[in-house]
Design a protein around this ligand. Structure first.
Ligand code: ZN
Length: 211
């Protein structure tokens, strides 16, 4: 999970239409564009199968249903996991990648933080459930997600090793390319870069959506 950028312009249908409908085509198209088709929670590319998630649950007030800043693109899996049970950090206004530490430790995904507030704690619990399953038992979907994270991160680690052994422009370019905002699982890559001490080399490449 990383900070998310959203266009400051509210899609027309949210402003002009009456009623509770929030999922018109213009809203979907803007969210897909802003979030590069990625789920804001697991950072996986959703393809064509996505949902519009309410950061603050719909049932907490009518104003939240059509509030542009409350709508985020999510995969169906993460939307179900979050449901209306979690009060998490707002990724539009927080540098999530700095606050939440995401790492793969052998066959487990470690989600941690040094902060102690309620929203950060809720975010840690939710991400842990998304990647490791409820009670640390993965179902089929969370196992598939874990394998995808593992595959991408293994590739990234290989490219990082190549760069450490030979910091050529070509090897740097491969890493920089995999750190583009359109790529998956950047929250994990961020902490690999930090842990490896190579942050000064890739400072510009890990500034996603920061203002
Ligand atoms: Zn997801």
């Amino acid at each position: 999970m990383i900070r998310v950028y959203k266009s400051p312009h509210t899609p027309t249908s949210l402003e002009k239409q009456t009623g509770k409908q929030y999922n018109n085509e213009d809203v979907k198209a803007q969210l897909v564009k802003d979030q590069h088709c990625k789920c804001y929670l697991c950072e996986q590319n959703t393809g064509k199968v996505f949902e519009i998630e309410h950061l603050t649950p719909q049932n907490s007030g009518i104003n939240n249903i059509k509030e542009w800043n409350n709508l985020l693109l999510s995969c169906p899996y993460c939307n179900r996991k979050k449901s209306d049970k979690f009060n998490i950090l707002n990724p539009l206004f927080n540098n999530i990648e700095d606050i939440i530490e995401q790492r793969i430790v052998e066959c487990h995904i470690s989600i941690s933080t040094s902060e102690e507030d309620h929203e950060t704690n809720q975010t840690v619990i939710l991400l842990n459930r998304i990647y490791n399953g409820t009670n640390n038992i993965r179902d089929t979907k969370s196992e598939l997600l874990f394998k995808d994270v593992q595959r991408e991160i293994n590739n990234f680690m290989g490219w990082l090793l190549n760069y450490k052994q030979n910091p050529s422009p070509e090897n740097k370019g491969i890493l920089t390319d995999s750190l583009k905002v359109v790529k998956e699982f950047l929250g994990f890559k961020y902490w690999i870069i930090k842990d490896s001490g190579l942050e000064p080399h890739f400072k510009d490449a890990i500034q996603w959506n920061k203002v």
